[in-house]
Design a protein around this ligand. Structure first.
Ligand SMILES: CC(C)(COP(=O)(O)OP(=O)(O)OC[C@H]1O[C@@H](n2cnc3c(N)ncnc32)[C@H](O)[C@@H]1OP(=O)(O)O)[C@@H](O)C(=O)NCCC(=O)NCCS
Length: 254
């Protein structure tokens, strides 16, 4: 059975430098097609008994692959960040809080990485970091044009048009904006989650929107609460016909 692997590893040092404070981060992923024939016996190499029970309980094939792919990617990214050479995959458990937020549970490590999971189209991927993080991938589709009023303001579209090369179509620009806002919603611990129009794009800086030169976007949050920084930085790019977005936040004060 295939296992998750590094994604855009050569770009990590540059991505890390972008955020303040500078995090350590790892990005792993797995093509869902590689999981199509996965049996419970194969999955049990990586999943603990609780996880295996949950996985076998999914009736929908797509959801089964996405959920498993997200777990494998998150386990891989977390183990890499921990620098573990021999990993007890069943003991490195990925659980979800009541609101769906994923976290790493392990009895062997006192400090565990923070993680964020996303799946879209053919891929499941996860970001692990030593700071709160949010990660999203999104496959572009015509539907994004129909729903744009629900998440995009005219001024935000203008910033993206001015920041990205002309080759980026409206669909691609909007998909990138959507992914960036979803990454923020996952990164910020807010109840309820921040609304898509509560997060406002205020500027774009450099980068051509490729993994090696991602576009850096700055967003303002309309929610005033302790865990929600006023400005949030997100790195975005397009690759493999997916929009990718990641956000890292400072550790909130106790
Ligand atoms: C969470 C949310 C942003 C996920 O985004 P999405 O684009 O639909 O899907 P993605 O594939 O990118 O992400 C899915 C992953 O997000 C993660 N996730 C779910 N809820 C989350 C949360 N509150 N915070 C951070 N991450 C979350 C999960 O790991 C999930 O994957 P998994 O179920 O396989 O573990 C979106 O589903 C959402 O808005 N949910 C809100 C639902 C809600 O408010 N529920 C209230 C329950 S109390």
């Amino acid at each position: 059975m295939a296992f998750a692997q590094a994604i855009f590893e050569e770009c990590w040092p540059r991505w890390q430098q972008h955020f303040s404070p500078e995090p350590r981060l790892r990005l792993g992923g797995i093509w869902l097609a590689d999981l199509a024939d996965c049996t419970p016996e194969m999955a049990s190499i990586y999943l603990g008994s609780d996880e295996l029970g949950r996985w076998t309980g999914f009736s929908q094939k797509k959801r089964r692959s996405e959920w498993l792919g997200g777990r494998l990617a998150a386990k891989w990214a977390a183990a890499e960040l921990l620098g573990e050479t021999t990993v007890d995959w069943q003991g490195l458990s990925i659980r979800n809080e009541e609101d769906g937020r994923p976290y790493v549970a392990t009895e062997t490590q006192s400090v565990v990485p923070l993680i964020s999971i996303s799946h879209s189209g053919p891929l499941a991927a996860a970001l692990a970091a030593n700071l709160p993080c949010g990660f999203d991938i999104q496959q572009p589709g015509a539907n994004i044009l129909r729903v744009k009023k629900r998440f995009a303001l005219r001024e935000e579209e203008d910033i993206l048009t001015a920041s990205l090369p002309e080759a980026f179509t409206e669909t691609k620009r909007l998909t990138m904006l959507w992914a960036a806002k979803e990454a923020i919603r996952k990164a910020v611990r807010a109840h309820p989650l921040l609304g898509l129009l509560e997060i406002r794009l205020i500027s774009g800086h450099g980068g051509c929107g490729a993994p090696q030169a991602p576009l850096a976007l700055t967003f303002a949050s309309g929610r005033k609460q302790d865990d929600c920084p006023p400005n949030i930085s997100v790195l975005c790019f397009f690759a493999d016909n997916l929009a990718w977005a990641m956000a890292c936040l400072p550790i909130p004060k106790e």
